[in-house]
Design a protein around this ligand. Structure first.
Ligand code: PLP
Length: 433
């Protein structure tokens, strides 16, 4: 139907009509991997306009941790929507944003992360962390990593550099120094060697730069689901302490129990100074949160604000989502199913020449598709072909980086659904490879 899609499935009349209307009215910067028009979602499944069902391993880009159309979350949304939708939290007090923030802080459970700024998206949650760090330290520079993704508003975008198209024509940017991230598989180094190399570069940059903050995704998301060595994350914390630089942890994609722990950074036994969250904490509605201590969040009224932050329906949805994730122990499920998936994916790696690397924590798993194991050469066409074949067989997978497939299903996924997804994936790898 169009040459721009990674995956162009045959369509019925209903889908074609909507895609044609979309093309006329929706701005051209909107990206689409799939030419699928979704009608419905339930749990781990999506249904398209023609009634085809897809096992969803993308979860709306790691948003629907609680599963699509979660009845508990929908009931909370309906209840609040029947009552009142927006209060203007920048002008009035209201109990719901307070309750959401209390619930969030309680879930994080760290004495230094107890003050919350509410917004509407990931980029806003990062932007707030950026502005807060500059306000608090009165310094201009920040440090970010190569291949990172922090969002697309100008503060976040000044750090983001996972794909050239994200930055093209938008210079000048805010003052950011980029340093290497230990993507050891692509650096062709052992994990510890890559960790030492990157820490060394980081230290040199910190020595030369009066930086307010360092921004890091503990597990790089859009850049390719890259898991750093533990020594690296611990080293980053130490260097930030030594150089009096705020450690800002972007948990927009990795947070919300996706890695088993509420924050991915907890897997590395490290605690940051500022955390940015969005995606899963809204249970499917737009909700961003920037969390730090009262000491660091010493900005004054009006130094940062937003009309919709603390939206009542989003907060009601967020409270229900956090409650559901906690009560149903979705973190434990993510760990359990993640292990099961990693085991089978490791076996596939031994068997198929185009699977170069398998990495991940919990249900944040990246699979590196290569031309061959020896060269580790990037195989974007192979990756796209697998994504497409998988969709033909009734499953949604998203790409990341240049040649990575990500597994980020809803955390409510069952053993059978995980096995089914792995079967479809393996069948597709066999066909493409
Ligand atoms: N930070 C990370 C780590 C992300 O993965 C994303 C989005 O994918 C963002 C920030 C930006 O979030 P949003 O698209 O909600 O602005």
């Amino acid at each position: 139907m169009s040459e721009n899609f990674v995956c162009d499935l045959p369509h019925g009349k209903k889908s074609i009509k909507i895609i044609n209307r979309d093309k006329k009215v929706i701005s051209g910067c909107t990206t689409r991997d799939h030419s699928i028009v979704i009608k419905d979602g339930k749990g781990c499944y999506l249904t398209d306009m023609e009634g085809r069902k897809y096992l969803d391993f993308g979860a709306g880009i790691a948003v629907m941790n609680v599963g699509h159309a979660n009845p508990f979350v929908l009931a909370a949304i309906r209840k609040q929507a029947n009552h009142m939708t927006h209060v203007g939290f920048a002008d009035f007090y209201h109990e719901l944003p307070v309750r959401f923030s209390e619930t969030l802080v309680k879930t994080i459970n760290s004495s230094n992360l107890n003050n919350v700024f509410l917004s509407n998206s990931g980029t806003e949650a990062v932007e707030a962390a950026y502005k807060c760090a500059r306000w608090h330290t009165k310094k201009k520079f920040v440090i970010a990593f190569d291949h990172c993704f922090h969002g697309r508003t100008m503060g976040s975008l000044s750090m983001t550099n996972s794909k050239p198209v994200q930055r093209e024509r938008y210079a000048p940017f805010l003052p950011v120094k980029h340093v290497p991230y230990p993507y050891w598989y692509r650096m062709k180094m052992e994990p510890e060697e890559a960790s030492n190399f990157c820490l060394d570069k980081l230290e040199k940059t910190m020595r030369k730069t009066e930086a307010a903050a360092l921004f890091m995704e503990t597990i790089q998301g859009e850049g390719g689901y890259v898991v750093p060595p533990k020594s690296f994350v611990k080293g980053v914390r130490k260097l930030c302490n030594d150089h009096n630089i705020l450690y800002c942890d972007d948990e927009v994609q990795s947070g919300g129990f996706r890695t088993g722990k509420f924050l991915a950074v907890e897997n590395f036994s490290v605690m940051p100074d500022i955390v940015s969250m969005a995606k899963s904490i809204g249970g499917g509605l737009p909700l961003g949160a920037t969390i730090s201590s009262r000491k660091i969040m010493d900005w004054v009224p009006g130094s940062h604000s937003t009309t919709f932050g603390g939206n009542l329906v989003s907060c009601a949805s967020g409270i229900a989502a956090l409650d559901f994730m906690e009560k149903k122990k979705l973190g434990q499920n993510a760990q359990r199913i993640g292990k099961l998936m990693m085991k089978r994916l490791e076996e596939m790696k031994e068997q198929y020449e185009i699977i170069g690397d398998v990495r991940g924590i919990g249900l944040m798993i990246g699979i590196e598709i290569v031309k061959d194991k020896r060269s580790r050469a990037i195989n974007s066409d192979g990756r796209d072909a697998i994504q497409c074949e998988v969709a033909r067989r009734g499953m949604i997978l998203l790409g990341a980086g240049k040649s990575v497939i990500r597994f980020c299903p809803p955390l409510v996924i069952t053993n059978q659904q995980a096995e089914k997804g792995l079967d479809i994936f393996e069948g597709s790898v066999r066909k493409v490879g």
